[in-house]
Write a protein that binds this ligand. Structure first.
Ligand code: SF4
Length: 454
């Protein structure tokens, strides 16, 4: 019997990617095949994103294309939870021929729809999956999703209305997944959620069991446990609450990577208040300084929104001043763009688009010099990198130091040692020791020294 084949289109952020991995894992566990193209598929699942208007359009286009090319389409993800102007489901209104629509993190509902429209293959044991499931990232790094949803209500964001309040996964379950990923060859775990510092709040930090030991479901304990796995552990989406200070010593001890992705979004208290940002009252500059005094190597990445409704020139300038003092390593900046359904749209004094774009440009210019300076501190150092790719045409490896998250930060271009006649022996996913010899705005250049086993 030929098995049933499902096509899969995965759009959106790393959290959506994890949803896709779960659905694909379940499909494979039940004996479905994943088709590489529309023609070869009996049905197509489209995992959508609904965060900003561009992402909505991309998702709607993908659904339209899947309908045209294949005809049998199930839609899941953030956009699936979105209502149209008339209060109906947006997707069903725009694409009435889709077979089913679900919101995000809805593996069970998606599977139910798949079972209904493409009955499950007769023998599920012909296609068993590896223990760690199917991942869409390369074999050597993986996203570890520790919770879903968010208890905050930032005025520019509609994620809570789509994904609901915070639901943390018990620490035992997260650690089982982490251990199984490491066993399968993963060398870097990227911890993700909407708000990593809030991990466990909804469970009142309930005690769960990790390898038979009682451990509380809380960020500090999670970092301690992950720090024992012997792989790189990188924290994303951490808000600057006081208890974050507790994980900095683990970074100083080399247990987890000295890296924090902290989406500050702004620095002026009045703007943060209008944004309804978590931890908006914290003294962020002092906090950053104290983190650096404990873990001097720490890399801090952040994102900012400029031109938020009501942002005055003085408020914007105070943000530039903050950047000058905070000396962050990596910064992303968005010019504010209204998201349908966000409460910020009702705020007075919207900033004209030309001013928003001009402020974005000014911020990026200010930050470019800072990032460049921060990156130069790596030049002259001998460091360990993780090899992500091999550029055959140039004869170099592409790697990352502990300061760079995949996809969003910089890379290290690694050339062979000019004094050695041996080709660089490393493969994708290997550790390597390199000497950093130069840096530009985002990336570093290095000379390969040796392969490193751990
Ligand atoms: S913290 Fe704010 S921006 Fe982040 S998901 Fe929650 S509401 Fe949205």
């Amino acid at each position: 019997m030929t098995s049933a084949r499902v096509g899969f289109v995965s759009l959106g952020c790393p959290k959506a990617l994890v949803d896709s991995e779960r659905i694909i894992t379940q499909l494979r566990a039940e004996g479905y095949e994943i088709a590489p193209d529309y023609e070869g598929a009996d049905l197509v699942v489209v995992n959508t994103c609904g965060f900003i208007d561009d992402a909505v359009q991309e998702s709607l286009d993908a659904i339209g294309e899947a309908l045209q090319e294949n005809g049998k389409v199930i839609v899941t993800g953030c956009l699936g939870a979105k209502a149209s102007g008339s209060g109906n489901n947006l997707i069903k209104e725009l694409h009435p021929s889709v077979l089913a629509v679900t919101g995000p993190h809805a593996t069970a509902e998606v599977m139910q729809a798949v079972h209904h429209h493409l009955p499950r293959p007769h023998d599920p044991f012909t296609d068993l999956v590896p223990e760690q499931g199917i991942r869409l990232t390369p074999r050597h790094y993986a996203y570890l999703k520790i919770s879903e949803g968010c208890n905050h209500r930032c005025s520019f964001c509609i994620i809570p209305s789509m994904r609901g309040d915070l639901v943390s996964r018990p620490i035992g379950e997260v650690m089982r997944e982490a251990e199984s990923l490491v066993k399968s060859g993963v060398r870097e775990l990227l911890v993700i959620s909407q708000d990593t510092s809030a991990y466990g709040v909804d469970l009142q930090y309930r005690t769960d069991f990790v390898a038979g030991r009682p451990v509380r479901t809380r960020m500090t304990e999670l970092c301690k446990e992950l720090g024992q796995l012997g792989v790189w552990v990188r924290l994303h989406y951490v808000y600057p609450y006081p208890h974050v200070d507790d994980v900095i010593p683990l970074m100083a001890e080399g247990k987890i990577l000295p890296y924090l992705d902290v989406p500050f979004q702004h620095a002026h208290p009045a703007v943060l208040k209008r944004m309804k940002r978590p931890a908006s009252g914290e003294r962020n500059l002092e906090r950053i300084q104290s983190w650096r005094s404990i873990a001097p190597e720490i890399t801090i990445r952040s994102t900012f929104i400029v031109g938020f409704p009501g942002e005055t020139e003085a408020e914007f300038e105070s943000l530039l001043e903050f950047l000058g003092q905070a000396e962050l390593d990596r910064v992303g900046c968005f010019a504010y763009s209204p998201v349908a359904g966000a409460t910020a749209n009702d705020l007075p004094n919207p900033v004209p688009e030309a001013v928003r774009l001009e402020r974005q440009e000014r911020l990026m210019q200010t930050q470019a010099a800072i990032s460049q300076r921060r990156l130069r501190r790596w030049v002259g150092k001998r460091v360990r990198v993780l090899v992500d790719d091999i550029d055959q045409s140039q004869g170099i490896l592409i790697g990352r130091t502990m300061a760079d998250a995949p996809e969003i930060d910089g890379i290290v271009r690694i050339a062979p040692d000019p004094n050695s006649r041996h080709p660089v022996p490393a493969r994708i996913g290997d550790w390597a020791t390199v000497d950093i010899v130069d840096s530009d705005d985002h990336d570093c250049d290095a000379i390969f020294i040796r392969e490193t086993s751990v």
